[in-house]
Design a protein. Sequence first.
Length: 362
Amino acid sequence: MPDDFSETAPGAVPSPPERLFASDNASGVHPQVMEALQSANAGHALAYGQDPWTRQAQELFEDLFEQRVEIAFTFGGTGANLVGLQCLLRPWQAVICTESAHIAVDECGAAERFLGCKLIDLPSEDGKLMPEQIHGQLHGLGDEHHVQPRVVSITQSTELGTLYSAEEIGELADTCHGAGLLLHLDGARIANAVAAAGCTAATMLVETGVDVVTFGGTKNGMMFGESVVFLQPELAEHARFVRKQAAQLPSKMRYIAAQFSALLDGNLWLRNAGHANAMAELLAQQVADIPGVELHRSPQVNSVFATLPAWSLEPIIAWSPFYVWDQEQDLVRWVCSYDTTPKDVGAFSSGIAQILAGGHPT
């Protein structure tokens, strides 16, 4: 797949949609988040989190999770995962994850390079780990000849657009804690998961026993910034030092904190995610009957996976960019955002239908 996308509208098909389906981090900043940034930009404030915006965000996170938590704001998702995991690991310990996990395939080996740990990446057809897979990796516990599993890392929603139920997360947490392991959750799209499940963040994450969460913001209407949330506050003992060494300490922290406050105060984070999920469902409905399109599974959150004829990938991507997920299967991923509109969905599905029917973009 090309790294640079053409934005030239073809003559034989409709103009491409105004908004992209490549990823939810292609979206702009939500107006309320931008207003919060502008408000935080008035005058001076102490750096490194000693400001009222950071204190407000801390309070909102504690309201969200209905308990005391420790927060570490970071610049991006890879950095947040590194900070969260580093606080849980020693050099001889390992992280159990799926072979499709973001930390395993989309972070350029950052865990191995900066944490110095081994990733035990296990097969999964739907992107989800099962308790029995964890049990299968515990035979070497206490043996100095074997790397020691310490953390299980899951993604919610998964890289394949699937969703763990609260019960499934609870079973994983019980398995981890019963073996002396910790449960880390990569929540780059945690808002989409909570919105889809129709429960509270506390129900999905606190009551189930998750220890540390990477809480995403960039894919849900923020300009930049993620948050590491330590649901077991004692695990954050060294977080300040880890974050600094990892080059993830924002000096002007108010600009990340203000964005999270805008999302959390009034549940904008859930409205954004719920809308994105609904647009994915609409997209799946509109492409389902297009000859040549085969849905991989019904969407559970804001992503749609489908297979297309191999010949069609280049012209469709040139018309409106998105990513090929699996080149061997011609499997593609379409992602809806908080600002995706039904008009965007209609234009996108119509263009795909016409290209597949023989209308090639120029």
